[in-house]
Design a protein around this ligand. Sequence first.
Ligand SMILES: [Zn+2]
Length: 128
Amino acid sequence: MQAIRSRDTGPEAAVRRLLHGQGFRYRVNYRPQQAPRRTIDIAFTGIRVAVFIDGCFWHGCPKHYRPPTRNESYWTPKIERNRLRDLETTTTLSGQGWTVLRFWTHLDPAAIAAVVASEVRLRSASAR
Ligand SMILES: [Zn+2]
């Protein structure tokens, strides 16, 4: 539910709008050939920049994740698996030449967009 909602509203959409407004073009929820079971939130495929906007709860943000008091024994291992999966995705994509940028949803979307924009400009310049 959270995953579906966050695609249209929330921090990820805000970052996308900011980037789009600055003229950047990208793929959303992109499945890279090198890791077809993983989805990149915002992908610049030509220069291989992968942007992930990770929800504080689902991805276990060290600042904001608190295990729910109900079903704690269910949630803690589940969130731990998500974290491992994130790490594995980063490792896999990095090994395939992707630059992986991960941000927590608690960060300011404008700050995230600025970091992404400068990385994309840098990569585009060196690709030429
Ligand atoms: Zn957080």
